[in-house]
Design a protein around this ligand. Structure first.
Ligand SMILES: *[C@@H]1O[C@H](CO)[C@@H](O)[C@H](O)[C@H]1NC(C)=O
Ligand SMILES: *[C@@H]1O[C@H](CO)[C@@H](O)[C@H](O)[C@H]1NC(C)=O
Ligand SMILES: *[C@@H]1O[C@H](CO)[C@@H](O)[C@H](O)[C@H]1NC(C)=O
Ligand SMILES: *[C@@H]1O[C@H](CO)[C@@H](O)[C@H](O)[C@H]1NC(C)=O
Ligand SMILES: *[C@@H]1O[C@H](CO)[C@@H](O)[C@H](O)[C@H]1NC(C)=O
Length: 926
């Protein structure tokens, strides 16, 4: 047990207790010791263990003295070569994230051994090293994710490895995420390829207390076990404390999630906490009074053994300050409850996760017991349930103004840095945005003595980037974890890419407004100009043409808009003279540009408000194969145009981000089914001019494995429908697919099902002689059939960043640095017509993707930034191609345009300031 002693002075303390006990015992007669056995001196034979136990329960976590002088990391893998990284631009994370060093790094023994100039002497000390010249590339500490379910909610998702949530009860403090960690999760290596090196693996949020969380390093280990991935495990796992005493982490959850699972209310959840913490408090008091007797050598005063309880000790550890309390909490009421709990039982809160309303109640957070909790928030993911309704993209910068740290757990952790880039765009200073996913995150985990910084003696977890890390598309060229390079065969591309920070827009007024409106977006602040608007200092004007998108800048040195139409052929002189005459608005774009408006496909925008609230959505439609469909709907086909809802949160936020139309189809239990409609995102209701752009654009069906009836049944039924063997309204609509009069859009990911669809298309065409129009949406595995899709003229709508959410989508093309091209760019290079759909939280649920539509501008920029796509091509990915692939017919002259100031629509520099709508004969100014 001596190995459990924490510090040298602890050992001294124990020694002196033992001495005191010996002295006192001489004065005592025999008594029964704690375990019923006594020695002849009257001291229990296990007195030493009891004393150590009393000591151990109070030992606080953290590095032991001498930690910073360690020569090797406890995670060092013998045989790992030293690495000399030459000529780097090193963002260290130190000095509040403001320090940048130009020079070299030496990684050795799993640690950072030298920073700055590395001398020959430094190198000579190393026998076996590799030298890498990174030619000035940016280097940061490895990215740290404070909120991850990797391994416990694995990808692809299979029912045999869903270990994130126990549903055995609301208090589960004794459970451990480590016990459910699936080492086959595809996310590990994908996350590493995005620069992630450490993640905190939390149980899910179905319980008021979900269990213990563990920090892990994401590299593969020789042992291939979950335990070998642990970073600074707590004593109850490691059994030893040579360098450190590891922190424990405890997952708590407020609000909807735990309440829903158990049919509880918030009141029940709070009582469950108080009851549990009260049990823990009583146990702690017993232990303390027991140890007080021990310390005073009142062995006579002990009744029985040291008070222990395996179930409740984890909560006692919280009361003893040995645990980082990690709490999933969204709303004001929930923060208030948890802060009250922390004061009632006197324990600090490490971080509130999700924390959508934290920006509204900073004072509540400051009242928490101990230091102010950090918050770990998303950049954009919001609105999907009531708790997330009052969120804003300005939360990070608003919280920063209040002096609270912000962390940003991502939904696909590989792209956590993208979250940091977005909050930077919305106003969080760059050094803080970078800190939020490195040094601040490390502090939240109690690991900032070894990760999250580039500092001498820290773990050799570093990322070499291909461009400035907050620049759009930044991708690792190499990732080191414990000094071990994680990427093989990567092509360094830093030479031509931007190594400069993006110049982000000013959003002071918008942030203030968001706070005032408590995150509820509105169209009320938009000013509509039906007369004449002049846009000055315009760098580019891209517009739609019949084939795609082209740059018409040369024709328009400045841009005059009348009644929503660009006046063709206006000269600079026209602009100057008009600007002094009757003009309704002059908009200085400050070097920005005008570009085609973006189209959101594959979402439920226009058919729902809050995905998680049935009273706010159009509802779920029946499919032809549903056996429980009421007779009345048999033979009909649902039309999105009949269920439209306007001015919803996602619609308004999308509009303000340059997404002026959405093409949505009714939701079915497996995706979509029915006729889609193209609608305007920027109007108050359906009867406004231009509210419905086009009804009945295409027929949607969804084909995913794991649903009933089987894929084979569904294909048989589809064949029958298309070949016109079914009567009724549905039959005639499907019959038009066979004649090439209506497009069929299929939500599908599996290459096998896509192949069957291509086959079916041939069969139908052989039958009718007409060309069947087919689009596959989602299409995660479509690249496997790139040539076949191109040959069959089948277009695809894909997510910008592929991820193997399900078995159907497991064979992804991961994109740089794991493959030369990402899926969209690859399909493009193969002459397949490609469009982008928003990156939701999975790839098959339209109701969970509407929030992401407003990121389409950067998603297209991202795809272009990682490939050779031109600006015109990239714009087509989110405008003309999407409409074409969904059967939306728009005359180029009628199509909406978006004006951005400071930069173009697809960049972090640009700010959307106006929508130019010929269709609606107006300009909307934001
Ligand atoms: C570092 O790399 C940059 C960019 O390639 C180059 O201009 C510079 O000369 C290099 N410096 C050294 C010391 O090699
Ligand atoms: C002896 O035990 C009692 C009850 O457990 C406790 O109240 C008291 O403080 C203890 N006395 C000492 C000297 O530890
Ligand atoms: C146009 O905008 C650019 C970028 O902000 C700026 O440098 C330039 O001075 C502006 N030109 C005019 C004429 O205002
Ligand atoms: C794509 O189309 C272009 C122009 O039609 C052609 O030059 C090129 O060879 C095609 N590429 C492939 C991979 O088919
Ligand atoms: C981009 O173009 C260059 C030169 O034409 C070529 O070497 C490179 O492979 C291309 N990269 C991608 C991702 O298409």
């Amino acid at each position: 047990m001596a190995r459990l002693g924490r510090e040298t002075n602890t050992k001294h303390r124990i020694f002196s207790y033992l001495c005191a006990a010996t002295v006192l015992s001489l004065l005592l007669v025999l008594y029964f010791g704690p375990d019923g056995r006594t020695s002849s001196t009257g001291i229990p034979v296990n007195a030493r263990e009891i004393l150590l136990q009393c000591d151990e329960i109070q030992a606080l976590p953290g590095p032991l003295p001498g930690f910073s002088e360690r020569k090797f990391s406890d995670r060092f893998v013998p045989g790992t070569k030293d690495v000399w990284i030459r000529n780097a631009t090193i963002w260290t994370g130190r000095v509040d994230g403001l320090e940048t060093i130009h020079g070299d790094l030496l990684l050795s023994g799993g640690l950072i051994k030298h920073i700055g100039p590395v001398t020959t002497a430094n190198i000579e000390a190393s026998e076996n090293f590799e030298e890498i010249d990174v030619r000035g590339a940016w280097i940061t500490p490895g990215i740290v994710d404070v909120h991850s379910h990797m391994g416990v909610e694995s990808s692809p998702m299979l029912s045999g490895a869903v270990d994130g949530n126990s549903i055995q009860g609301t208090i589960r403090a004794w459970l451990r995420s480590l016990d459910g960690l699936n080492t086959h999760d595809e996310s590990f290596h994908l996350a590493v390829s995005g620069g992630l090196t450490t993640s905190l693996i939390l149980p899910g949020s179905a319980n008021a207390i979900g269990g213990q969380a563990y920090a892990i390093k994401l590299r593969p280990t020789l042992e291939r076990s979950p335990t070998a991935m642990l970073l600074e495990p707590p004593l109850d796992i490691s059994g030893t404390a040579s360098d450190y005493v590891g922190w424990k982490h405890m997952k708590h959850a407020c609000g909807e999630n735990p309440a829903r699972v158990y049919g509880d209310t918030r009141m029940d959840s709070v009582w469950a906490w108080r009851d549990a913490y009260n049990t823990a408090r009583k146990l702690k008091e017993k232990q303390d009074s027991y140890c007080a007797s021990v310390r005073q050598s009142r062995w006579d005063n002990l009744s029985g053994a040291f008070p222990q309880d395996l179930q409740w000790q984890p909560l006692v550890d919280i009361l003893r300050g040995k645990v980082k309390v990690q709490t999933h909490c969204y709303e004001a009421v929930d923060f208030d409850n948890f802060v009250r709990l922390s004061n009632e039982f006197k324990f600090p809160v490490a971080a509130f996760h999700h924390a959508h309303e934290a920006y509204l109640v900073p004072d509540v957070l400051k009242h928490a017991y101990g230091p102010t909790p950090a918050v770990a928030i998303f950049a954009a993911f919001s609105g999907y349930k009531r708790e997330a309704y009052h969120s804003t993209s300005f939360a990070a910068r608003l919280l920063d103004d209040e002096g609270i740290r912000s962390d940003h757990p991502a939904i696909t952790s590989r792209f956590l840095l993208y979250e940091a880039q977005q909050v930077h765009h919305f106003g969080l200073p760059g050094h803080k945005a970078l800190s939020s996913v490195t040094s601040t995150a490390a502090a939240v985990l109690g690991l900032n003595h070894r990760i999250g910084f580039i500092k001498l003696g820290y773990d050799a977890d570093v990322v070499v980037w291909d461009r400035y890390p907050l620049a759009l598309g930044a991708t690792p060229q190499q990732v080191f974890i414990d000094g071990i390079p994680q990427l093989v065969d990567t092509n360094p591309r830093s030479g031509s890419l931007s190594q400069q920070p993006p110049k982000v827009p000013n959003y002071d007024l918008e942030a203030y407004d968001a706070l005032k409106r408590e995150g509820e977006p509105t169209l009320d602040t938009v000013s509509t100009i039906t007369g004449r608007t002049i846009f000055t200092n315009v760098s580019n004007v891209w517009t739609r043409n019949n084939a795609g998108v082209s740059n018409i800048y040369n024709k328009f040195p400045c841009v005059i808009v009348e009644g929503g139409h660009i006046i063709e052929g206006a000269t600079h002189e026209d602009c100057v003279s008009l600007a002094t005459q009757s003009v309704d608005a002059v908009v200085d774009l400050n070097g920005g540009s005008i570009a085609p408006a973006i189209v959101a496909a594959g979402t439920s925008i226009g058919l729902q408000e809050i995905a998680g609230e049935v009273s706010t959505i159009d509802g779920v439609v029946f499919e032809p194969s549903d056996t429980d469909a009421p007779r009345a709907v048999l033979g009909t086909i649902p039309r999105a145009v009949d269920g439209l809802m306007y001015a919803t949160r996602d619609a308004v936020l999308s509009y303000r981000a340059g997404v002026t139309t959405a093409v949505s189809a009714p939701s079915s239990s497996v995706g979509e089914y029915g006729l889609s409609a193209s609608i305007s995102t920027g109007v108050q209701h359906k009867l406004v001019q231009g509210a419905v752009v086009q009804a009945d654009t295409a027929i949607y069906i969804s084909l995913q494995h794991g649903t009933t009836p089987s894929i084979s049944t569904r294909i048989a039924s589809l064949r029958r429908l298309i070949l016109g063997r079914t009567k009724g309204e549905a039959g005639s609509w499907f019959g038009m697919i066979a004649l090439g009069l209506v497009r069929l859009v299929v939500r599908v990911d599996s290459a096998d099902i896509i192949a069957t669809l291509i086959d079916l298309k041939r069969e139908v065409e052989a039958h009718t002689g007409a060309e069947m129009k087919l689009t596959v949406l989602g299409a995660a595995e479509a690249h496997i059939l790139a040539d076949e899709l191109a040959a069959a003229s089948v277009g695809v709508l894909v997510q910008p960043r592929s991820f193997p959410y399900a078995w159907d989508s497991r064979r992804i093309l991961p994109g740089p640095p794991l493959s030369e091209m990402g899926q969209a760019a690859y399909l493009w290079s193969k002459n397949v017509t490609v469009g982008l759909i928003p990156q939701g939280i999975d790839d098959s649920t339209p109701s969970m993707t509407g929030w992401a539509a407003r990121n389409l501008r950067w998603d297209a920029g991202w795809v272009a930034s990682q490939s050779n796509l031109s600006m015109e091509d990239a714009l087509a990915l989110v405008s003309t191609n999407v409409d074409a692939l969904l059967g939306v017919i728009v005359k180029p002259a009628d199509a909406d345009l978006v004006a951005t100031s400071g930069g173009d629509l697809l960049s972090f520099e640009g700010k959307v300031v106006a929508v130019i709508s010929p269709r609606r004969s107006l300009v909307d100014l934001f």
